[in-house]
Design a protein around this ligand. Structure first.
Ligand code: ADP
Ligand code: MG
Length: 322
């Protein structure tokens, strides 16, 4: 790694860094990262050591976030950038039906910022990690002349078995946690990854297929349908629309936002009808759960609204304004 306090030559030219040493920075993270029997060796060596869980399989997710694309450092607090960098990965582990165990944080820090950016960003990661019993077990720290880039890897374990996108069966109910749309006004930086909800689902029912909604319900329904080789009918009147979607918008525009905005990080999953109705009866989490559609043998994704059936495009649903 490139030391935080370095001024030196790299293969691509001269680089200036921060004033205090990299060692100090890493030691300060190390003191705050907690411990777990699942992570016998974390920060401080050349690699971390993780224990195998009873399932004998590990889940691994990686996501890179770039200033100007996934967040704007001139608008978002560094703590929230760190939080989101971890949260998107926790959401992916949850979508596999798993629980996260260890996180690895790689950062490319803009040389124009001081060490406080690294500190604040890491604090955001550590705070969310603590909430979900995740150990920050390693990473990499670099300084460069470009914008802030973070890349978090999370290793998790399945709650029993892993759930893929490919297991939806005709007749299954499609259900979602939470509500959708309007995330980009701020929720995308603060959302709760549905780790606990995934664990509860895995305990209560047999989840046939699952995905987290990052591209928008319309797009992610297509992903799930394609991987499962099935079709889907979405009930436009049943979609839970987030309070972040302005209530004074026309109803069609509100629906379009819930279908297309993306970055909701809610779980979309398929279960047998019996399991679906059982979930509605026995669901103990505060996070709402609702049925939004049905899996069909007939291919294609459709939207039913006011009794009319129309195609649901992968790009999201658009309507003609009259
Ligand atoms: P190496 O040169 O062997 O790759 P480093 O000097 O890059 O080791 O890192 C030393 C230790 O600090 C390693 O355990 C690494 O995983 C950890 N580490 C480095 N940067 C971070 C970071 N930003 N967050 C968490 N751990 C980090
Ligand atoms: Mg090494």
């Amino acid at each position: 790694m490139m030391p935080l306090d370095s001024t030196g030559d790299t293969p691509c030219g001269r680089i200036t860094g921060m004033s205090r040493s990299e060692f100090d920075f890493i030691e300060s993270i190390r003191r705050r990262t907690g411990s777990s029997p699942l992570v016998p060796l974390g920060i401080g060596d050349d690699a971390a050591v993780l224990a195998n869980g009873p399932a004998g399989e590990s889940l691994v997710a990686v996501d890179m976030l770039m200033d100007g694309t996934h967040f704007r450092l001139d608008e978002a607090a560094p703590e929230l950038v760190g939080r989101k960098s971890l949260a998107v990965n926790l959401s992916d582990i949850a979508a596999m039906g798993g629980r996260p165990v260890a996180a690895f944080l790689a950062i490319a820090l803009p040389a124009s910022h001081g060490r406080s950016l690294a500190e604040r960003l890491t604090q955001g990661v550590l705070d969310l990690a603590r909430d979900y019993d995740v150990i920050l077990a390693g990473g990499d720290t670099n300084v460069w002349s470009g914008p802030l880039v973070t890349c978090v890897t999370v290793v998790g374990q399945p709650n029993g078995r892993s759930v893929q996108r490919s297991g939806a069966k005709p007749g299954d109910w499609l259900m979602v946690t939470g509500s959708l749309g309007g995330s980009l006004t701020g929720r995308h930086l603060r959302f709760e990854p549905r780790v606990r909800e995934a664990a509860l689902l895995m305990e209560l029912v047999e989840v046939h297929a699952m995905i987290d909604i990052s591209d928008g319900l319309a797009a992610d329904v297509h992903h799930l349908a394609r991987e499962s080789n099935v079709g889907v009918t979405i009930d436009g009147d049943a979609i839970p629309i987030s309070a972040d979607v302005p209530s004074d918008l026309p109803p069609e525009e509100r629906l379009r936002r819930a279908l297309s905005d993306g970055e909701d990080f809610e779980l979309l999953f398929a279960v047998a009808p019996d399991d679906g109705s059982r979930l509605l009866r026995e669901w103990t989490s505060e996070t709402p759960l609702c049925r939004v559609g049905t899996v069909t043998a007939e291919a294609g994704c459709r939207l039913v609204r006011n009794g009319n059936v129309e195609p649901l495009p992968e790009t999201g649903w658009t309507h003609e304004l009259s």
